[in-house]
Design a protein around this ligand. Structure first.
Ligand code: HC0
Ligand code: SF4
Length: 566
């Protein structure tokens, strides 16, 4: 700790690792492209340069503060260097802002404007290299890549997957997927965290679903049905300047205006998942088999387990994710209620997640030859659908979900944040085994830490439970379990930092603060809801009885559970 002077102002610092963090904490912004507070520091882009007395111009991200330092963040020299850096980066970047996914959210675009760069001395790179759009989830445009390396670092450091890497050196340096193969051929788990950190549109979500949705909406033969995941309701408003507030009722209204025939809530099948998965868990505890149980709702995690931990696949819950349970219910059962064929229904889901696009195309999730979920729109793509439809989101009147699957509980809503699935299971079990009435709030499951572990006693059973987000943290936890250092009965895994609130399809402000704010709103929604435990959902009870003669039986197993591919 100590004091440094920044732009003439004396500023205290404590444990900040670099001058950049000291400045930002004091409300002084410094532009950065390759820096991310949660990843290792490489000092590659040189945009964050500052002038330090007796040290000259230095990158503030890789220079530690020293007591007595005198720093200038916006001197003439500093700004000249920054402009030069920006010009060089812009020369190596395909500047087709009009057609770029990142337009409006692009940091390079913002800084070029902030620093008044109007004309470039260097010719711009054009669209010479082919896009990699092999993946169902992620598109990479190499012409836009400025080699900041954030995608490389997040995939390695947070997800432990390491799909992206640098190839060649010097001016021939590029970033490629493993073995220089198309992304779809790699071990990519489709989480889209690389999209979330890419500063300038080189990575974006595969948005082909938007046109497929329009085509279905315009097709008179199709009954077009939508389901809305938990997390987007606390993030979509950010796209319309409303902040991270609950926009569920407007979202439903907007979808009706766009032309959806029915609008349902994925929270309904999150409750369904809680009931099926809790009973699966209790069964395994009684039999002492296939423990710990790992949750299965995150397709990024499921793919990771299939690729890297086939020995754990018997431990992964057989429950389909809420998205796929809803798809299955709609195509297998609800179509019968409506008297239509599965192929005449088009199911769209709005998800915070790019991996859900991949999950929807897994061959096991089909009914009568058609996919249970036909198209997945990310939160950002849903906003685009509304804009294209000319909907003024803020002025929409509230609307409610459709019957007969209208009810939802707070327990299903909190699925959208890390720890929510585990808390839902605990609420259910407390209600079922302890006959707990009213609210059951759990503390240890909440918060943004990547690993949370606690023990609980239910009657005479002692349960040890773990919640983890980020696959590098998950890998560390698996190692502890497999080495015998840790003994747990159940593990909730979400691939994205903070859980689905931090998904790769969420709006561009996807940092730790944004995730925290969204998660807080998710728990606010839960606290205001009348129904709190999955078993309180009466619509769900009716649906279980009507379609399968109850829950957790052979019939639900067929329609709502799945198997994995080692
Ligand atoms: Fe999630 Fe889900 S909570 S994975 O994070 O379980 O995407 O929001 O929709 O399916 O419900 C994502 C979010 C979901 C599913 C639910 C689960
Ligand atoms: Fe998708 Fe959620 Fe998994 Fe991220 S944590 S990959 S958003 S399901």
């Amino acid at each position: 700790s100590g004091k440094i002077t920044i732009n003439g102002q004396l500023i205290d610092f404590t444990d900040e690792k670099n001058i950049l963090a000291v400045a930002r904490n004091a409300g002084i912004d410094i532009p950065t492209l390759c820096y991310h507070p949660e990843l290792s520091v490489v000092g590659a882009c040189r945009l964050c340069v500052v002038e330090i007395e007796r040290m000259g111009v230095q990158a503030s991200c890789s220079t530690a503060p020293i007591d007595g330092m005198v720093v200038f963040t916006n001197s003439g020299r500093v700004n000249r260097v920054r402009k030069m850096v920006l010009e060089l980066l812009l020369a190596n970047h395909d500047r087709e802002c009009t057609t770029c996914d990142a337009s409006g959210a692009c940091k390079l675009q913002k800084y070029a404007n902030d620093y008044g760069i109007k004309r470039l001395r260097f010719p711009s790179r054009s669209q010479c290299e082919a896009l990699d759009n092999s993946s169902l989830s992620i598109v990479r445009d190499p012409n836009k890549c400025i080699l900041c390396g954030l995608c490389v670092r997040i995939c390695k450091e947070k997800q432990g997957v390491g799909v992206w890497d640098f190839k060649n050196r010097g001016s021939r340096t590029e970033i490629v997927a493993a073995m220089d193969q198309p992304l779809a051929e790699s071990a990519c788990i489709n989480c889209g965290q690389c999209i979330a950190v890419c500063p300038c549109g080189a990575l974006s979500s595969n948005s082909t679903a938007i046109d497929e949705v329009w085509a279905a909406l315009r097709d008179p033969k199709k009954t077009v049905v939508c389901q809305i995941a938990p997390a987007p309701r606390a993030a979509l408003g950010e796209e319309f300047g409303l902040g991270s507030v609950d926009v569920t009722a407007k979202l439903v209204a907007g979808l009706r205006k766009v032309g959806f025939d029915k609008v349902f809530d994925t929270v309904f099948t999150a409750d369904m998942t809680t009931i099926e998965e809790s009973n699966e868990f209790l069964g395994r505890v009684t039999e002492g088999k296939n423990l710990p149980l790992f949750t299965s709702c995150c397709p990024g995690w499921v793919k990771y387990a299939e690729q890297f931990h086939p020995e754990l696949l018997n431990n992964v819950s057989t429950c389909r994710s809420p998205q796929q349970m809803f798809g299955s219910v709609l195509k297998k059962k609800y179509t019968q209620d409506l008297g239509i064929k599965a192929e005449d229904m088009f199911v769209v889901s709005i998800m915070p997640c790019t991996a859900k696009k991949y999950e929807a195309k897994r061959p096991e999730f089909m009914t009568d030859g058609v996919y249970d979920v036909d198209a997945v729109l990310t939160t950002v793509e849903a906003a685009r659908l509304f804009r294209e439809a000319g909907i003024i989101f803020d002025s929409l009147e509230d609307s409610a979900f459709d019957q007969p699957m209208e009810q939802a509980t707070g327990s299903g809503v909190i699925f959208g944040a890390t720890g929510g699935v585990m808390e839902s299971v605990i609420r259910y079990v407390a209600g079922k085994l302890l006959n707990a009435q009213g609210r059951v709030d759990v503390e240890f499951t909440r918060g943004m830490d990547d690993t949370k572990i606690a023990s609980l006693s239910v009657n005479d059973i002692k349960l040890s439970l773990a919640v983890v987000n980020g696959l590098a943290a998950t890998e560390a936890l698996i190692q502890k379990i497999q080495s015998g250092e840790l003994d747990v009965h159940a593990v909730e895994v979400m691939a994205c930092p903070g859980g689905c609130v931090g998904g790769g399809g969420q709006p561009c402000q996807n940092d730790s603060k944004a995730r925290q704010t969204r998660a807080t709103e998710i728990y606010n929604i839960d606290s205001k809801m009348v129904l709190h435990k999955a078993q309180d959902n009466e619509d769900l009870d009716k649906i279980f009885n009507k379609y399968w003669g109850g829950c957790c039986n052979h019939e639900t197993h067929h329609d709502l559970h799945t198997h994995y591919h080692p």
